[in-house]
Design a binder for this molecule. Sequence first.
Ligand code: EPZ
Length: 428
Amino acid sequence: MDKLIVEGGVPLSGAVKVSGAKNAALPLMAASILADGPLTLTNVPRLGDLRTMGRLLKHMGGMATLYPEEGGSFREEAILDMSGLTNPEAPHEVVKTMRASALVLGPLLARHGRARVSLPGGCAIGVRPIDLHLKALSAMGAEFDLAGGDIVAKAPRDGLVGADIRFDSVTVTGTENVMMASVLAKGKTVIRNAAREPEVADTARALVAMGAKISGIESDELEIEGVDSLKPTSYEVMPDRIEAGTLLSAVAMAGGRATLIGARLNDLAVVLGKFTEAGVFLRAQNGDLTVEAHRGLLSAVNVTTGPYPGFPTDMQAQFLAMMSTAKGASIITETIFENRFMHVAELRRLGANVTLEGRTAVVKGVERLSGAPMTASDLRASASLLLAAMSAKGVSEISRVYHLDRGYDRLDDKLNSLGAKIKRVRDN
Ligand code: EPZ
């Protein structure tokens, strides 16, 4: 396992490219199951969860080539041909490492009429059941049994049937799962209270490029007319808005001035508003975003997470770290997951003053954090520890950075290219 050794207090400068979105590439890789031939994805970030999804697709008997090498470098591409799928299964040893494996359920039912997917256990940030996915797929005629911790699913003999579905609460992968199931179902499916996250829209656009009939994209009501088959195509993954937000937070905490190349700004509208309120200077220029901040001069701002277009829960840990050295007190409320404050205990080791009351954190800004050893617990928490270490006085160590590598495309390298002093060492 690796750990990062971070020298704090170094301002950032320069420019860095925003990678493709992990949470769009994951459903898009699952969507390859629906096609009658290869789906080529470009702008695919190089990170652990996508390698895991590639292994899962291969386990099913498909062909998955990720990051093909060309002249000594890797292309950010995934070529996925699932037409030879023989084994519609997502075993426990894969699903336990990545809950997003559940995204193969809808496509397998739609294309092969059956699936065996290990029921995802909880994870660090919460129980995270998939009851809403199963309830919606049942409405389309799917039947489920539980055997040895696996969901054994089957579609009606002549395929899934379109249905009018309303999600009791917003679910991102639930919306994606049902949307992918419905593109080959018989008749029309309506998904009400659908998630509006940009990654859902990106998945929908890729399905349309493959021949699906989907209307209401970007709204909370999707209408899908089933078709007989989906054709091979090539699709460019959208930029990762959470990576962009994380890079913004890094400049806000360490201070300095940097340009994010290729950030899709309207995906970040609410986040950018909060950064501006906190005293971060932002300037958008033909698709790039220049950010400038002075360490220690941020103002406290309150944030409540919510489904898109609200403040994303995946930016909560990073923003809380920012508020730990802001002037004043900020109230941060996490409405999506029940246990997404694990970064707080670690930030306290650097001197952060945070009081937790249920799903609310009261953050009282301190003058300066001081470096200390920390342990990462989940993907976005590990990012927030790194940001805090970059602004702290002295040296910090962060162990278990495999959490970071699951969801970011070489984030430490990107930050070092902006002048950060982060060393990655083997931590046996
Ligand atoms: C997606 O997870 C993202 N993952 C998460 O990003 C993100 O935090 C989350 O959406 C919220 O935006 C991917 O897209 C791969 P949900 P997902 O279903 O779909 C409850 C990251 O850091 N729920 O929208 O699993 C659930 O427990 C990851 O990149 C049910 O109760 O999230 C949660 O409290 C972390 N039953 C809430 O709804 C269900 O059937 C929202 O979950 C489904 C969800």
